[in-house]
Design a binder for this molecule. Sequence first.
Ligand SMILES: Nc1ncnc2c1ncn2[C@@H]1O[C@H](COP(=O)(O)OP(=O)(O)OP(=O)(O)O)[C@@H](O)[C@H]1O
Ligand SMILES: CC(C)(CO)[C@@H](O)C(=O)[O-]
Ligand code: BAL
Length: 271
Amino acid sequence: MQDLRAALEGAEVGFVPTMGYLHEGHLSLVRRAREENGTVVVSVFVNPLQFGPNEDYQRYPRDLERDARLARAAGADLLFAPEVAEVYPEGFATRVVLTGGLVERWEGAHRPGHFDGVATVVAKLFNMVRPRRAYFGEKDYQQLQVIRRLVRDLNFPVEVVGVPTVREPDGLALSSRNVYLTPERRAQATVLYRALVAARRVAEAGGTVQEALAAGERVLAEVPEFQPDYFAIVHPETLEPLEAWVPGARGIGAGRFPEVRLIDNLEVYPR
Ligand SMILES: Nc1ncnc2c1ncn2[C@@H]1O[C@H](COP(=O)(O)OP(=O)(O)OP(=O)(O)O)[C@@H](O)[C@H]1O
Ligand SMILES: CC(C)(CO)[C@@H](O)C(=O)[O-]
Ligand code: BAL
């Protein structure tokens, strides 16, 4: 990859990092990158460093041939799919560690070490691909803010582009992990999105942050099989919980069915 990149000297590279098993959410990132850059690189790498010991690293869905076909059709020029031993060879000993509330809250609290794993691999990928722009989904909203912080803090000459969440017609955010949903769970899986929409409705009707949160929590309680990890209304950049509305306030949530963990977010703000 580094040799290829060197041969592309002068090219404006748009980069879409993924863990593969591509769907329309990923492909919207690739299409956006295609519109804005001369060369588009997509990476597929299931990064062991960002999975906890009891998470789904082993069973994470993989289909590289299908990914290659879909990425090419959406406009990718290069698909970079390294092996684990290539990214983390024997003796690899470096970590990129963020500190403070941005990484300690929410996903950081429920997936210890997760954002260090993400930051480490993204820093490595940026050094290998040397993109001008990099594309991340708003679906992983906290991750997007963590990457923005990483890029500012370590002076990566990369413009981070956040891309809106692509959803199923009933509102469920597309995710590779949705393949774990049985038909019964699939029907229940809109609960998180419906909770976020309920919170937004209260906000738009002039309610307080506390009233909006309560409305969301009532919807979550309708599906007892869904165990929320957190549900909050937060500042859009620091992700600190809000007492009162600020522009761009974001509702964020995640939780678990026995067989799959869901995550979602929505702008929740009185217009
Ligand atoms: N529905 C979506 N809409 C827009 N972007 C998305 C969507 N789903 C994932 N992305 C983005 O695609 C990039 C790669 O994500 P990843 O490969 O982890 O896919 P995923 O579907 O989120 O899988 P996971 O099941 O791990 O959550 C990330 O920047 C992520 O935010
Ligand atoms: C950014 C990323 C590719 C790093 O492994 C991953 O966290 C993802 O797919 O969102
Ligand atoms: N989509 C974010 C990466 C992860 O869940 O590990």
